[in-house]
Design a protein. Structure first.
Length: 396
């Protein structure tokens, strides 16, 4: 009886917190708390706690390399589901969000390099403003309610998933400084094993999760960022049942992928992303002046998110619609599509993550990147929300 009295309210709280709107608010709250703590008398204890060693890694590394692998596992599950049986399952459906995501990655990178191309120490951060934060962006869209048509929420989710896929490729190709070939080959062997389990019709999750944990250790030792083990594991987990049938609406009991995705959708917004935000968003504003706010890294990241994303996403989508390659999402106006492009400029989680990889030995550049991420994301989200409040809901 006592366990029931405790567990049911806890379940309801978890369900509430893992909703798209509330999950975004929780992430915003933990990021804000980190900044408050970093500018309080607790700042020293905060920094010390993050660098306490727990076995082979510090607390910060366990969060960024370990817990974030769980986030990337969820990203990989969403990518596979959408491309196999979801909103991105046909080439026609992929065109609009795909081109929007491509424009939204290229233009911010170009803007960043316009400020940092001549600075070798900061040039490596070109990918920081190229990422959209799916939790934040969908959270803002959910808070706006019926002002954002369902079709545009689906477009935003699809674009963010393709954007995440692009970020995974970028991390693998450009942010892997040293490779240990033996561990890398062993990692590929584990991936082949998991793919073989899928082909053999194994539908229990436990063998994949055990193999995924082994893969994480091998990938970490190989020099490739360990979070990519989460994506590789996700792509090997079966979506369909043993007869090759897709899951029916509302029934995920025969789909290992949907079972795991459902469980992680309850865990990641409540635990993983808030811990990541709290551990990485803390920045001290003491001594910050015009030099930091106007630094090439800060301007490149901030303007890349606030201006580059909207130019790239809306520009590519508008051209695709005008050329007849794709159609405007149903029940949406061009003004609402423009507002959605602004929401794509919210780049918190993945941008912070790439910033950490881009400047591992330059904390001052990491702080400048954080300033740009916070300022650019806040500006983009605010402008997007204002536009949704004033634009007509349909094309004329």
């Amino acid at each position: 009886m006592l366990s029931t009295l405790i567990w049911r309210p806890l379940q309801r709280l978890i369900d509430f917190m893992s909703g798209s709107a509330t999950g975004g608010l929780v992430l915003m709250g933990t990021a804000a708390l980190a900044m408050v703590v970093a500018n309080s008398p607790l700042a020293g204890a905060y920094e010390h706690a993050l660098h306490v060693e727990l076995g082979p890694l510090s607390v910060l590394h366990w969060i960024n390399d370990g817990l974030m692998a769980v986030f990337f596992l969820l990203v990989g599950l969403e990518i596979k589901r959408e491309f196999v049986d979801g909103e991105l399952s046909s080439p026609r459906l992929r065109i609009l969000p795909g081109l929007g995501a491509l424009g939204g990655m290229v233009v911010p990178a170009v803007i960043y390099l316009a400020f940092n191309g001549a600075h070798p120490e900061s040039r490596n951060g070109w990918a920081i403003p190229s990422a959209t934060d799916i939790a934040f962006a969908l959270g803002v869209a959910a808070l706006l309610g019926s002002r954002v048509p369902t079709s545009l929420k689906a477009f935003l989710a699809a674009l963010a998933i393709i954007d995440d896929l692009g970020a995974v490729v970028i991390i693998a190709l450009f942010y892997t400084p040293d490779l240990q070939l033996g561990y890398l080959l062993a990692s590929l062997g584990v991936i082949v094993l998991m793919a073989g389990l899928n082909r053999a019709g194994v539908r229990k999750l436990s063998p994949y999760l055990v193999a995924g944990a082994v893969l994480w250790g091998l990938v970490h030792a190989s020099g490739v960022h360990a979070t990519l083990a989460g994506v590789a594991t996700a792509l090997c987990i079966p979506l369909r049942d043993e007869h090759g049938r897709p899951p029916s609406d509302g029934d995920c009991s025969h789909s290992p992928l949907l079972q795991l995705e459902h469980a992680l959708h309850r865990l990641v917004p409540v635990l993983v992303l808030p811990l990541f935000g709290f551990a990485n968003a803390g920045i001290s504003f003491a001594g910050l002046g015009a030099e930091q706010w106007l630094a090439p890294t800060t301007l490149g990241v901030g303007l890349g998110l606030a201006a580059g994303k909207v130019l790239g996403v809306f520009g590519a989508a508008w051209l695709a619609i005008k050329a007849g390659w794709a159609e405007l999402p149903p029940q949406a106006s061009h003004g609402q599509l423009f507002a959605t492009a602004w929401l794509c400029g919210i780049g918190f989680t993945m941008s912070l993550f790439i910033g950490m990889l881009a400047f591992p030995n330059h904390p001052e550049l990491q702080d400048e990147a954080k300033l740009g991420i916070l300022a650019g994301s806040l500006l983009a989200g605010t402008i997007g929300a204002v536009i949704f409040a004033v634009v007509p809901r349909r094309s004329s």
